[in-house]
Ligand binder design. Sequence first.
Ligand code: PMP
Length: 457
Amino acid sequence: MKYRDAVLRQHRETSSRSSTGGTEAAAWASENPRSEALNVRARRLLPGGVAHDVRLAEPFPLAVARAAGSRKWDVDGHELVCYVMGHGSLLAGHGHPDVVAAVRDQAARSFHPGACHELESDWAEAVIRLVPSAERVRFTSSGTEASLLALRLARAVTGRSKIVKLAGHFHGWHDQAALGADPPFDAPDTAGLPEQISGSVAVIPADAGVLADVLRAGDVAAFILEPSGAAWGTVPLPGGFLAQARRLADETGTLLVFDEVVTGFRWAPGGVQEAAGVVPDLTVLGKILAGGMPGGAACGRASIIDHLGALRDDPRRVTHPGTHNAHPLSAAAGVTTLRLVSSGEAQRRASTLAATLRAELSSVFERCGVAGRAYGESSVFHLLFGPEPPDQRDPATLKAGLARPLSTALHCSMLREGVHLFHGSGFLSIAHTQADLERTAGALAATLPRLAAEGLI
Ligand code: PMP
């Protein structure tokens, strides 16, 4: 205990907490000594004290002990309404009893048979039944791996090497995806990329005229995009863009790839492609696909995906090993989750709750006399602070998110009121309730005056 107190004191002295997030951050910090102590320990073990860049937070990241339904409990014992929901994986809520039972059951049978197993076919059947573009499925361990695989398949099938993506759109952290996701979009998003990568990826705005010019050069293997618009609709696409992209891809022999890692099974049981009626050549899946376990998939036209099954001496063969592809525990969670969300009722319920929440949060802004609103589609929401951006589809404004002192204070104040936002946005699930929405609207109503008092809005 003495040791912990000493390292905590040292951490507090060296931390930059007082300069960012102001009183709210300081108050939250003092109410969360266990999260802080865990962060002190983790910072000696994990770079930045976290396992995912998105969790880097000031004054220190929240640590959670357990979760159930729409709620979770942090290590200091506070109960929180969760809008992170496994980064959007948990449309059925935390710890749905059917999913837990399926994973338990499979764990008792076999973690990893090192052989084909029945659940991988059950899982693929569910995907093919639900996702319009899916004729064949290859499972991976993550959305990043699925996007890497889809782009490799596209290059193999077309014999072209170039990839086109949209500014602000995120497709995981592999090399060809690590450009143009973060503002200012014209530089790599990370250090450590091979020099030649930037020559093989074109990052363009969501503009059909620009897309036409780029694709008509005839050297593009794939055009990949988040069909909801960047970051699950944070930056909406222009109306009709998906149909235009489909037409241009057909005209130029380019493969159209929808990254539905977030939107798959959420926008509709068959994702945005079902909701919008535009079917891509390849689809990248993750998150809800595996019901909260690690997993992803590249799926699409059999003539494309079957390059993976080609025999060893076929020069068109695309290789794809992977120790944990279609891992039985992920398959168990995935099959069960897809069963729970296959009728469309889950999406309708979560979307209705999200629409109500967006309206309630927007009216809190109005009542508090603060410029801003909640927006979004399907079962998600995004908070917009300040005056309306002049261009409602400008990724530089919308993708930049909130400036640092405001984002930290908002996050900490909402946590203090029992609500865990996901960087000013959130995912709903079938486990959320009207009581959760009321608590969230109340939390924002308590937070906005505090942010105003600190001069942050
Ligand atoms: N594509 C999109 C649209 C995503 O949002 C994400 C993850 N947030 C990925 C790909 C990468 O998925 P994963 O984190 O499973 O690698």
